[in-house]
Design a protein around this ligand. Structure first.
Ligand code: NDP
Length: 286
């Protein structure tokens, strides 16, 4: 029987682990410390509990590893990766942003575009919606999809994977920047100047995508603005929650990734350059 591991039993990782566990797969939740993680939903009265093993103590070698720590937490588990993998282990990195895979030196590592919405507070994960992971289509990911077909994890293999990556980057770019920098929730979208800033950020992101050979349909900016308009005013974003909690944000893999690309292509992206600089400045400590 294939062995599955989830490194990082947080919002995304716990939902992936739960999907596999409840369908009878052999899955281990690997955290910084041993303990338990609980998953709750507004729609269900029961809370599910799952045991978490300390990654430093783990002795299993896994066939499939879902890596669901934040981009800022990659260095923490890297020392354990060798003991948890064999030469054919498939690693699925489940994170926002892009560029992190360059840090992995194992042959079968792929990054998923994640559509699982949840939040972890203490040891409790609230799962809001979705269980979707979008992956590039190749023989390894096709096999993974077949192997876990009995679970309710929705693995989608995309022939146009880079489009999916860039679409999510653009969705994350504007709303994460404005909510983190204002330290405020989606409520700020009621301000027209913030709407305008979001549109400009998205347009700059589209221009970078075009330079990378990714072409979006006309009206992409309005489409993403409509997605934002559907957010409830009290909703935060991951970078907003990180900054108000004093945690390091995933700036390097969202705004930073786009900024580097903009520089490479010599593009004029004043809004991106400004928000990226301010995000970096907001994390400077004396
Ligand atoms: P969480 O903070 O909820 O989960 C990360 C988990 O990793 C935490 O449980 C954390 O433990 C654990 N962890 C950190 N370092 C280690 C380590 N060295 N070894 C083992 N475990 C470790 O993050 P999310 O699940 O929200 O986010 C994961 C990724 O998914 C991010 O890139 C995020 O942007 C992306 N994403 C998140 C979405 C969401 O709705 N939450 C939606 C789409 C994408 P501890 O609690 O001890 O810090």
């Amino acid at each position: 029987m294939d062995t599955f591991g989830v490194i990082g039993p947080g919002a995304v990782g716990s939902v992936i682990g739960e999907s596999l566990h409840t369908s009878g797969y052999q899955v281990t939740f690997l955290g910084r410390k041993a303990g338990e993680v609980y998953i709750e939903r507004a729609s269900a009265s029961e809370t599910a509990a799952f045991p978490v093993e300390a990654i430093s103590e783990a002795e299993t070698v896994f066939d499939y590893l879902f890596i669901t720590v934040k981009g800022t937490q990659l260095e923490g588990f890297m020392p354990y990766l060798d003991k948890l993998t064999h030469e054919n282990t498939v690693c699925i990195l489940c994170q926002n942003g892009y560029g992190q895979l360059d840090k992995f030196h194992i042959p079968n590592a792929y990054q998923a575009v994640v559509y699982i919405s949840g939040q972890k507070k203490e040891q409790v994960v609230t799962h809001f919606r979705d269980r979707i992971l979008i992956l590039p289509e190749n023989p390894v990911t096709k096999k993974l999809k077949e192997v876990i077909a009995a679970s309710d994890l929705d693995i989608r293999l995309s022939p146009d994977y880079r489009y999916e990556v860039w679409y999510k980057l653009l969705v994350n770019l504007a709303i994460n920047s404005v909510t983190a920098l204002s330290r405020n929730t989606a409520l700020i979208l009621e301000e027209e100047k913030i709407q305008l800033l979001c549109k400009r950020l998205i347009q700059e992101g589209v221009a970078i995508a075009v330079a990378e050979g990714i072409h979006f349909q006309e009206g992409i900016t309005e489409e993403i603005m409509r997605i934002y308009a559907g957010y409830p005013p009290y909703m935060g974003t991951s970078m907003y929650y990180d900054i108000i909690a004093g945690k390091t944000m995933e700036t390097a893999y969202i705004q930073g990734y786009l900024y580097e690309k903009s520089q490479t292509y010599g593009l004029d992206t004043p809004c991106l350059d400004a928000v990226y600089s301010l995000l970096l400045a907001s994390e400077m400590r004396g």
